[in-house]
Design a protein around this ligand. Structure first.
Ligand SMILES: NC(=O)c1ccc[n+]([C@@H]2O[C@H](COP(=O)([O-])OP(=O)(O)OC[C@H]3O[C@@H](n4cnc5c(N)ncnc54)[C@H](O)[C@@H]3O)[C@@H](O)[C@H]2O)c1
Ligand SMILES: [Zn+2]
Length: 438
């Protein structure tokens, strides 16, 4: 039986926070639907102290942002974007259109069609998270989306140069400096100045994730990608306390609502990690945020063996799962619920977040039970078609269809079949009747 050396916030306290966010988002989305640009501007002033006539950045503003970065900055962004693009292309190539003859003369197929317009949210409230621009804009472009709109909030009172550079280098068609609910609301609903998109993607804080959830239906969304979560699975052969503590705090720094959990078979490693966390919190520059996250959401769990760790990890269904044990591949072979796996001590979540090439927009709040992260496939609709090439095939399928429609009481559907059986098969079936078995 697993033991908890540290527990996090309880479920009812977390549910109360969620209910508050839900209500705020609902009111704000109604306002955007009713008042369009005027609401967006009021909200931007209220939440981000950011007032403009027009929130779309002009080509000269975009160029000014690029000019503020050093050559090295641009090179680094381009390196990361190349990794993301290469892996996305490889994944795109794995998606095949199909066409098959399932019965003589019956052709069925599917085609992959990108959505026509995507809205990519890039978070930037607490940190200018430029990596999110690679993750959604490049992926949309590799998928073949013709119109890619992207929004990020202002950072310290103005557009964040590094975010805007990444959005532009990624190939975005429209760059807007808008944050939070007003950004995703405007993109999905549309305003006088912004044409609506067909789907919303990208991570964000609890408000952004909830707004996307509420807008789902009106538009498509990629997945529920809210505040970052991390789970470190370790034993004393694969890791030490300093490594575990560094990897837990590295992700806890995202925000005060970011859970970081250590799951281990070694109580000694667990105690070491907790000591190291206390030490690192005295020197980490972002300790203020990371400490709040660790105090409220952090957990330390000691399990009996690897099999129990798999069961616990699947129940947690964390966004990121870093495995530093004697045999990381055991977790790749056996785990079923995770946003992304980071296997072995040589890699870590930050590589995935920033540069290595897998997408960092990943499911949170147990959404990993039913979805993986953002990838080209999320922008692509798999649409089927069919053709019937011969009179014989139309008659054969039509006779079955006629009888199956009668079984359901669907006379009109039945007649769609019957008229074809009469015309292409020469059979005499009464109007709205039922084809007899041959
Ligand atoms: N799941 C993932 O894949 C993933 C990846 C990267 C980042 N993230 C998460 O993205 C988040 C980024 O959060 P952030 O806050 O720094 O930036 P953000 O851009 O998501 O949110 C900032 C915006 O939130 C709005 N806002 C702030 N307080 C509000 C309030 N009280 N009511 C209404 N709106 C409000 C403001 O408009 C502001 O522009 C973090 O939680 C991080 O963990 C998730
Ligand atoms: Zn991160």
């Amino acid at each position: 039986m697993a033991r908890y050396l540290k527990t996090g916030i309880d479920d009812s306290a977390a549910a109360a926070v969620d209910a508050n966010v839900r209500a705020t988002v609902e009111t704000i989305l109604d306002d955007i639907a009713a008042r369009g640009d005027a609401a967006v501007r009021d909200l931007s002033i209220r939440f981000d102290k950011w007032d403009r006539e027009d929130y779309r950045l002009s080509p000269s503003e975009i160029q000014a942002c690029l000019d503020q970065l050093t050559k090295q900055d641009i090179h680094d962004i381009e390196f990361a974007q190349t990794q993301v693009r290469n892996f996305a292309r490889f994944q795109r190539d794995s998606m095949k259109d199909v066409e098959v003859e399932t019965l003589p003369g019956v052709i069925l197929g599917h085609k992959h069609l990108p959505v026509n317009a995507a809205g990519c949210y890039v978070p930037g409230g607490k940190y200018p998270l430029l990596a999110s621009a690679h993750m959604s804009v490049i992926t949309a472009k590799v998928a073949g989306v013709p119109r890619v709109v992207t929004c990020a909030p202002p950072f310290m009172g103005k557009p964040a140069p590094a975010i805007v550079a990444a959005q532009a280098l990624a190939g975005a068609d429209e760059i807007w400096c808008l944050g939070g609910i007003q950004a995703v609301g405007a993109m999905a609903i549309g305003t006088q100045s912004m044409a609506p998109v067909d789907m919303l993607v990208g991570p964000g804080n609890a408000f952004v994730a909830e707004a996307k959830r509420q807008l789902f239906g009106r538009v498509g969304i990629d997945l529920f990608a809210g505040p970052t979560e991390t789970l470190v699975i370790a034993d004393e052969i694969g890791a030490d306390g300093e490594l575990c503590a560094t990897d837990l705090l590295g992700q806890a720094e995202h925000g005060p609502d970011s859970p970081a959990i250590l799951l281990t078979t070694s109580e000694a490693l667990a105690r070491d990690t907790m000591r190291e966390i206390d030490r690192l919190l005295t020197i980490l520059p972002t300790a203020d945020i990371a400490r709040r996250a660790w105090d409220v959401y952090g957990q330390v769990i000691v399990a009996e063996d690897d099999a129990e760790m798999v069961r616990i990890a699947d129940a947690i269904a964390s966004e990121h799962v870093q495995v530093m044990t004697r045999d990381p591949d055991y977790f790749l072979a056996n785990m079923t619920n995770y946003g992304a796996l980071f296997l072995g001590a040589r890699t870590n979540v930050s590589y995935g977040d920033k540069v290595i090439g897998t997408n960092h927009t990943l499911p949170t709040k147990k959404a990993a039970r039913y979805t993986g992260g953002l990838w080209v496939g999320k922008f692509i609709k798999t649409c089927t078609y069919q053709k019937v090439l011969t009179d014989e095939a139309s008659t054969l399928v039509g006779e079955y269809c006629s009888r199956l429609c009668a079984l359901e009481g669907f006379a009109g559907h039945g007649e769609q079949a019957n008229i074809r059986v009469r015309r292409f098969g020469g059979r005499n079936i009464p109007y709205a009747g039922r084809a007899e078995a041959a």
